[in-house]
Design a protein around this ligand. Structure first.
Ligand code: CAA
Length: 256
């Protein structure tokens, strides 16, 4: 049983809630380890087709656990087990939606940005305040933030340490929708349920292709897209999807 997470199944969607209220969901080693393990369980469970990750009304996550960080010197950071947990978390291949309320700061903002889709409550705040501590983002903050919001706003956030509001995050393209805080999880579950009803192989390859757009030049990205598109022609779900359209009935995808 995880100590720092609550896990609930909503049919084909797994809802994972970060639960360290005493530290505003700061990402302790234990929390990262439990999250990595839970996501791997979701990976191996064919009945789970999407994940929603959330925190509390006050905090999605307030960053790395600063009490733990205070105990690590340079050698401790070089051997930091959290790096391996982050890698396991960011390797998750099924669709993930972050439902963000309250503070998403430092590692908390980086964790939210790892999700494929971000839905934010109106009072959410996104920030990379590491500079206030004499450090800098270390779990994707400089790389993913710049790709999400562009150079000027990413520089402003990382170099000043000042957070942005949910509305600013929406304008900048960091989040795709904002909701009243009490509806954020519900909206994320709705979107995840819609995605979970689609053909899993198509969802997986579409996600992979979209992520490649951030890393590859256009010609390589288009090549990957064409290969993935062609590969799907060999799936039973593709035949079912087209047949269901012709027969004017909902498709029944089975992941093959
Ligand atoms: N680590 C450990 N504990 C934390 C924490 C953190 N990141 N953030 C908050 N807490 C704890 C506080 O110490 C406090 O505990 P006590 O009640 O025992 O004192 C409790 O959570 C509530 O916090 P506050 O009293 O500070 O609440 P607030 O509403 O006044 O302020 C806040 C909220 C603005 C988020 C403030 O807590 C804050 O600035 N937290 C630190 C944010 C931060 O700097 N994050 C970046 C960390 S570095 C990082 O993330 C790098 C990385 O991953 C690679």
């Amino acid at each position: 049983m995880p100590q720092t997470l609550a896990v609930q199944s909503h049919q084909a969607v797994c809802l994972i809630t970060l639960q360290r209220p005493q530290a505003l969901n700061a990402l302790s080693t234990e929390l990262l380890a439990e999250l990595a393990t839970e996501l791997e369980r979701c990976t191996h469970d064919d009945t789970i087709r999407a994940v929603v990750l959330t925190g509390s009304r006050k905090a999605f996550a307030a960053g790395a656990d600063l009490n733990e960080m205070a105990e690590r010197d340079l050698v401790g950071m070089l051997n930091d087990p959290r790096q391996a947990y982050w890698q396991r978390i960011t390797g998750f291949a099924k669709p993930m939606i972050a439902a963000v309320n309250g503070y998403a700061l430092g590692g908390g903002c980086e964790l939210a940005m790892h999700a494929d889709i971000l839905i934010a409550g109106e009072e959410a705040q996104f920030g990379q305040p590491e500079i206030n501590l004499g450090i800098m983002p270390g779990a994707g903050g400089t790389q993913r933030l710049l790709r999400a919001v562009g150079k000027s706003l990413a520089m402003q956030m990382v170099l000043s340490g000042e957070p942005i509001s949910a509305r600013r995050a929406l304008e900048a393209g960091l989040v795709s929708e904002i909701t009243p805080p009490e509806l954020t999880v519900e909206r994320a579950l709705q979107i995840a349920t819609t995605i979970a009803s689609k053909a899993p192989l198509a969802v997986r390859l579409a996600k992979e292709a979209l992520l490649k757009a951030q890393d590859l030049d256009l010609a390589s990205g288009l090549r990957f897209e064409r290969h993935a598109f062609t590969l799907l022609a060999g799936t039973a779900d593709r035949n079912e999807g087209i047949r269901a359209f012709q027969e004017k009935r909902p498709a029944r995808f089975n992941g093959q």
